[in-house]
Design a protein around this ligand. Sequence first.
Ligand SMILES: Nc1nc2c(ncn2[C@@H]2O[C@H](COP(=O)(O)OP(=O)(O)OP(=O)(O)O)[C@@H](O)[C@H]2O)c(=O)[nH]1
Ligand SMILES: [Mg+2]
Length: 604
Amino acid sequence: MQIRNIAIIAHVDHGKTTLVDKILHATHVFRDNQETGELIMDNNDLEKERGITIFSKNAAVEYKGVKINVIDTPGHSDFGGEVERVLKMADGVLLLVDAFEGPMPQTRFVLQKALQLNLKPIVVINKVDKPNCRPDEVHDAVFELFFNLDATEDQLDFPTFYGSGKNGWFNSKNEQCADITPLLDGILQYVPAPKVSEGPLQMQITSLDYSSFLGRIAVGKVARGSIKEGQPIALMQAGGVIKRSKVKELYTFMGMGKKKATEVEAGDICAVVGLEDFNIGDTIADAENPEALPVISVDEPTMSMLFGINNSPFFGKDGKFVTSRHLRDRLMKETEKNLALRVEDTDSADSFLVYGRGILHLGILIETMRREGFELTVGQPQVLVKEIDGKKNEPYEILVVDVPAEFSGKVIDMVTQRKGEMLVMESKGEMQHLEFEIPSRGLIGLRSNMLTNTAGEAVMAHRFLEYKPWKGPIPGRNNGVLLSKNQDKTTAYSIDKLQERGTFFVDPGEEVYAGQIIAEHIKPGDLIVNATEGKKLTNMRASGSDDSVRIVPKKQMTLEECMEYIQQDECIEVTPKKIRLRKSILDEEERKRIGRSMKSEQVG
Ligand SMILES: Nc1nc2c(ncn2[C@@H]2O[C@H](COP(=O)(O)OP(=O)(O)OP(=O)(O)O)[C@@H](O)[C@H]2O)c(=O)[nH]1
Ligand SMILES: [Mg+2]
């Protein structure tokens, strides 16, 4: 059977998963009356809730007698390394670009990787149903991007399709048609059949799948020869290590699932069960004539966070797994399948340094753990500094902000304060398009400020650029916090009195402890307050008093917002039911003493 291998790549939210849905439907992977819902490839709980793709996934369809392997990829920049790896399975890419937004930082990154691997690009200008969209301008901008990325003549001659994944059509010109068949025909026409070379088996492991049942599953494209069920193989690893192993079971992809196979020929993508201790990048080779493919590098972490056991007074109230042993085992287990993650022991047996690719990457791990019943404490995310030529260097990123013109001054101020430098300012429809270069540190906490200061209108995206010399101090949070003086239930009576001093993170009737952050102060500087005075109320409804009526609803922050909010001396208590902000040192006296000694150290 003929084969085409394509990866769908784009900036976050430009419509990759929606397009894969339509491909699955158009090729009748489902019975006509089957209810499938939307974004069926985002099948993990967190993906469904957030409407984003976290893991890349393989699917396969049959169209006009050709098998098309389709790889859906995540668009968020924290997962860029994963996209880079899975591109190794593809021979062509569908580069989706939003017909309003045009190319964004991640569009550039994924396209660059695809061009370097010499994959055939097909450009898809998506979301032409959006009002004010500008497909022709966007097409020109995409061409310019190809040009700037040193595309070859052949690559510059890319085919373009226009359409709307949401409305289910794509056409070779910007005219609505009935369905997506023009695009499917385009895939058969433009994407080359996989190049296979003659010789004994070679297959590089480019991603992995996990089943609680079968354990770790190696996924990759067979580059040479064929792989058979029961076949003894040589697993060729970095540093020239060769391990003997055997293929226990073999699967190819079909629809959204996998189909058992006895033999898979070069050119097809498959999943291999039964290999022990393999890593991404290893080559599965013929046992008699083992030859390795060039190794692929796994992305370096860019950020670290301290994970510790929950040592708040409320420890153990909600969680099933609370000891340092539980925490360590869980983190170590995660590193088996979460490739960009690294875990290090620290001087303390109760905390571990966890390295990841960004706030979202680490946030997803924490969220997953709390759903499994873990309690833990996490500290402020730190970017990783590097010593280069004896100088301290830090990561810089390109930040792109699209914002209504009236807010652009505010945005520029805010970014400049955080040591960003403006590179580009131009108009894009009714929006201003701004590009900056900024230390990654400056980005932490920027998003929520940006949204508050632009009435929620700013659209921002960023992407790692390079390590450059340390840019000096960057101001942290402007406002101080209100800390609870004692451990008790908060009262509507107290909160009512205190609410002109700050924005509360807790409701009346919530249990708090001393040193817990219960509100943001309206001014700089922290304040210790008693929010538990007066009439005790078990909950709002039972009160019926005037106090509760006047209380502004608490400010709810997501885990990632909390991660960006806290400062160096603060941390987050995460349990299955609660996310609380607190000072790392809860006791006021001790906090003062340590604060003083830190200050004198800095001076001396
Ligand atoms: N107006 C419009 N919206 C679309 C279209 N295609 C997708 N969307 C919407 O855009 C949002 C993002 O779509 P997804 O398919 O999840 O985007 P994605 O590229 O897979 O996103 P990530 O995987 O998180 O990078 C969803 O709300 C879709 O409903 C389209 O053609 N027109
Ligand atoms: Mg997606």
